[in-house]
Design a protein around this ligand. Structure first.
Ligand code: BT5
Length: 308
């Protein structure tokens, strides 16, 4: 959110405060104050005017203003009621040189999973794509995907949803998929140009609007305040990517893959065995009958629990 507008908002929430007082406090014209208040109203903030000045009456449930208000992570929110795919829009922004933007939508009409699979995105979800420009080699990019999964699991934990991560980046509840993550990037041999981390959360959505293998927050705990959840996810993601050494411990804490018997479908065939560890930047170590194998990408299926 634009800096002066955020300052106006802060003053209004501590209000009542008059237009002239605001103008003086922020060192801008009264007309500018008025414009900011109008914009805030357009974004869905309820700004009431009383005899003794303006006061903030309500904040929007969702949208750019609703998420940015109180957000302590360096992301600018670009919100769409409906869009084809937030990842496609984030890629456009990334290619144009943008960074630190979170593209957010209530509904997507052409969303994608990995390998161009369809991703159901009805109204009421949290469809989010983050444009990042980290100064890291491309080989380290998977840590961003793991950070997104861990941040999402932690944010869900905060609203009472007992989520578990299935390697590398599905977030499940009771074995059903609640969140999918799609990371895309561009770069050269030694440096990433940009990474787009797309996170799709089935939030305030009916169970029959998503595939049978999926679940939604509505089904699990009832509707949630999506702005609050999005903020805590962005803040946790920013913390984790700011200290990459914290990502794997956070991921390990939230995963149900480690210690399980798994089958990983990779481009070189299936790897079957017990998942025993995850290594930087996201490699799964599987103990197979032929010894340890390290897998960096693939579709993971949890088999029956490993014998102890
Ligand atoms: C994923 O792919 O899990 C990554 C999904 C990423 C979606 C986000 S939303 C914001 C951003 N914008 C985009 O366009 N994409 C990202 P994958 O592992 O390939 O899983 C896809 C499979 O999950 C599908 O083939 C279905 O079986 C299933 N599926 C489809 N929609 C689902 C949903 N809403 N919830 C759970 N499972 C779903």
């Amino acid at each position: 959110m634009q800096e002066t507008r955020r300052a106006v908002l802060d003053a209004l929430s501590a209000g009542p405060v008059s237009g002239p007082e605001l103008a003086e406090e922020l060192d801008v014209s009264r007309a500018a104050v008025w414009k900011h208040i109008e914009t805030l109203r357009e974004e869905g903030f309820g700004v009431e005017s009383h005899g003794d000045g303006y006061v903030l009456d309500s904040v929007p449930e969702f949208g750019a203003g609703g998420v940015e208000y109180g957000l302590s992570a360096p992301f600018e929110i670009e919100y769409h009621d409906s869009i084809g795919s937030t990842n496609d829009r984030a890629r456009e922004l990334a290619v144009a040189g943008e960074s630190g933007v979170a593209v957010l939508a209530d509904e997507q009409t052409g969303a994608r999973g990995r390998l161009d699979r369809e991703w159901a995105s009805p109204s009421g979800g949290i469809w989010l794509s983050l444009v990042c420009r980290p100064d890291v080699p491309p080989a380290q990019a998977p840590i961003y995907t793991l950070a997104a999964a861990a941040a999402t699991a932690d944010a869900l934990d905060g609203i009472g949803v007992d989520a578990e991560i299935k390697w590398p980046n599905d977030v499940l509840v009771g074995g059903r998929k609640l969140v999918g993550i799609l990371t895309e990037m561009a770069g050269e041999a030694d440096r990433v140009a940009w990474i787009v981390v797309g996170i799709g959360i089935n939030a305030n959505v009916d169970g029959d609007a998503v595939p049978e293998t999926a679940t939604t927050i509505r089904e699990q705990v009832g509707d949630t305040d999506r702005a609050v959840l999005t903020r805590s996810l962005l803040e946790r993601f920013d913390d984790l990517t700011g200290s990459p050494e914290d990502v794997l411990p956070a991921w390990r804490k939230a995963t149900s893959t480690l210690g399980r018997r798994v089958r990983i479908e990779t481009t070189d065939g299936d790897v079957v065995g017990e998942a025993i560890d995850v290594e930087f930047p996201g490699t799964l170590v599987v103990a197979t009958d032929e010894g340890e194998e390290r897998v960096s990408a693939g579709d993971c299926e949890h088999l029956r629990p490993a014998r102890s």
